[in-house]
Each structure stands twice: as structure tokens, then as C-alpha cells.
Design a protein around this ligand. Structure first.
Ligand SMILES: [Zn+2]
Length: 108
């Protein structure tokens, strides 16, 4: 459910915003479970977290791509045109439909 790694905000800017809600509600659920105070209502928070994660996944699809440098699989939102690979830290940039290495500004 959680896709936590470096530069997630660059590759999945929309999903990254939702991730804070998901982890927020999940943390509340864990908190209530640990303290025993709200163990009855804790499942509600887990349910809300799961629902937000589900809505996020269905609303914001990602495309799978392979890093040009280290050949690792990455998930990127379709409208993202530039991001940093979390594994090899190289900058990838979309030029038209083609991904290229480097941080150069391409002339349209
Ligand atoms: Zn890479």
C-alpha cells in the first residue's frame, strides 16, 4: 500500500499528497490500538486509510517504466516530465514520448 522511497513527490506528485492522508489515518488507527482507548473505533481509521488509498490508486494511474541508467522498474504518473531515479539518482526527462537522461532543458 505504501510506496515510500526517495523522490516519490517528483514521480507521483498527486499520489504523494494523498499518501500523507493515508499514513495519517493509519497512524491514528495504530495509536488507538496501542493505547487501548479507542480500540473499538480504530478499525474505522484503518478503513478510511484503505479507502483513501484505493481512491488514490483508481484516480491517479501510474505508468511503469524502466530507468535508462540502472534498469530498475519505476512507477510514474503519466503527466510527469522530469524526475530523479531513487536508485541511481540520475535525472530522467521526457522529451515528447521519449525518456532521456540528463537535466537539460529541451527546446520545444
Ligand atoms: Zn536509475
Amino acid at each position: 500500500m505504501f510506496d515510500v522511497d526517495h523522490f516519490i513527490g517528483e514521480r507521483q506528485p498527486k499520489r504523494a499528497k494523498w499518501n500523507s492522508f493515508v499514513s495519517g489515518f493509519a497512524s491514528l488507527g495504530i495509536f488507538f490500538t496501542i493505547t487501548m482507548v479507542g480500540i473499538v473505533i480504530a478499525p474505522i481509521f484503518f478503513l478510511i486509510a484503505a479507502m483513501i488509498a484505493w481512491v488514490r490508486n483508481s484516480r491517479y494511474p501510474v505508468i511503469k517504466m524502466t530507468c535508462l541508467h540502472c534498469d530498475r522498474k519505476l512507477k510514474v504518473e503519466p503527466e510527469v516530465t522530469k524526475f530523479t531515479c531513487p536508485y541511481c539518482c540520475i535525472t530522467l526527462r521526457k522529451n515528447g514520448d521519449v525518456w532521456k537522461k540528463g537535466d537539460v532543458d529541451w527546446i520545444e
